[in-house]
Write a protein that binds this ligand. Structure first.
Ligand code: CA
Length: 249
C-alpha cells in the first residue's frame, strides 16, 4: 500500500498576526514530511529555533527522497535538531534559552507498506479530519493539558487559564525531550491539519471543523483557517498546513 501526495494535496498558510511584529513560526511542506514549528526566545532567536527544527526535518526528507522513511528516522532527526539548537544557543549569547515546538505528519514505511506518522513536541497540534469528524491526534505538552488530564480544569477553563502558554516539552532543552509519535493506517479521503497555537488559541475545535466542512481544497482550507484566526484577534503568529494523500492499493 502506498500514499501519494501531489502539489494540490497540500495547502500552507502563515501570518504574523495582528499584534506581533515578526513571525517566529516555521513551516515545512514537501517530500514526505510536513511540519509546523513555533519558536521562542528573544532577539529573533525564536525564528532561528523554529527554522533549525524544520530545516533539519527537510534534510531528512531530501535524504530519503522516495525511499523508505522509518518512524525511528523521525525520532533520530528530532533528537539531532535538539542537539543543533543546544549547540547554536551555546555558540551565540543572544540565542541562549531559545527553543521551539514541532508538530507534523510524515509518510513512513512499515513492513513494506506506507503509513502516516504524526509527531509532536510542545503545543503545536496535529488534527485528523475524516468522515466529517475532527479529531486531535497529538496531545499538547503543556501545563494546562496536564491540569485537564488530572481532571482539575475543563477545556473551556484551559482556554483562558493564566498558564495556557506554558509548555512542558520543547526542542532546545537538555536532556532531550521525548517526542510523541503515532503510526496511523491511511484512510481514503482523510485530511490532516498541522498548526501552531496561534490558530488553536483563536478558534475552538468546532470552529476549525466548520471550516474543514465548508472548504474542500487544501489551500482553500489553509487560507480560510488563517483568515478566521486573524478575524478572531490574531494575537499570535498563525501557521497552518493541510494535507491529504491518494491511497494506492
Ligand atoms: Ca505561538
Amino acid at each position: 500500500m502506498g500514499i501519494l501526495i501531489g502539489g494540490r494535496d497540500v495547502g500552507v498558510a502563515t501570518d504574523v498576526g495582528r499584534v506581533r511584529d515578526h513571525n517566529e513560526d516555521s513551516v515545512l511542506a514537501g517530500g514526505r514530511i510536513f511540519a509546523v514549528a513555533d519558536g521562542m526566545g528573544g532577539h529573533a532567536a525564536g525564528e532561528v529555533a523554529s527554522g533549525i527544527a524544520v530545516r533539519s526535518l527537510g534534510e531528512l526528507a531530501d535524504a530519503t527522497g522516495q525511499g523508505d522513511l522509518r518512524p525511528e528516522d523521525l525520532l533520530d532527526r528530532l533528537a539531532a535538531a535538539n542537539r543543533s539548537l543546544l549547540e547554536s544557543a551555546a555558540a551565540n549569547r543572544e540565542r541562549a534559552g531559545m527553543g521551539t515546538t514541532v508538530a507534523g505528519v510524515a509518510v513512513v514505511t512499515v513492513d513494506g507498506t506506507d503509513r502516516w506518522a504524526a509527531f509532536n513536541v510542545g503545543d503545536s497540534r496535529v488534527y485528523r479530519w475524516g468522515g466529517g469528524n475532527l479529531t486531535r491526534v497529538s496531545t499538547d505538552h503543556s501545563e494546562v493539558q496536564e491540569l485537564i488530564d488530572a481532571g482539575l480544569i475543563s477545556e473551556q477553563e484551559a482556554a483562558v487559564h493564566p498558564l495556557r502558554n506554558v509548555i512542558t516539552r520543547s526542542l532546545g532543552t537538555d536532556p532531550a525531550p521525548v517526542p510523541d509519535l503515532w503510526v496511523l493506517p491511511p484512510v481514503s479521503g482523510d485530511r490532516f491539519l498541522i498548526c501552531s497555537d496561534g490558530l488553536t488559541n483563536e478558534l475552538s475545535d468546532a470552529e476549525i471543523a466548520a471550516v474543514l466542512q465548508r472548504e474542500e481544497e487544501p489551500q482553500a482550507v489553509a487560507d480560510a483557517l488563517v483568515r478566521a484566526a486573524l478575524e478572531a484577534g490574531g494575537r499570535d503568529n498563525v501557521t497552518v498546513v493541510v494535507l491529504t494523500g491518494t491511497i494506492l492499493p
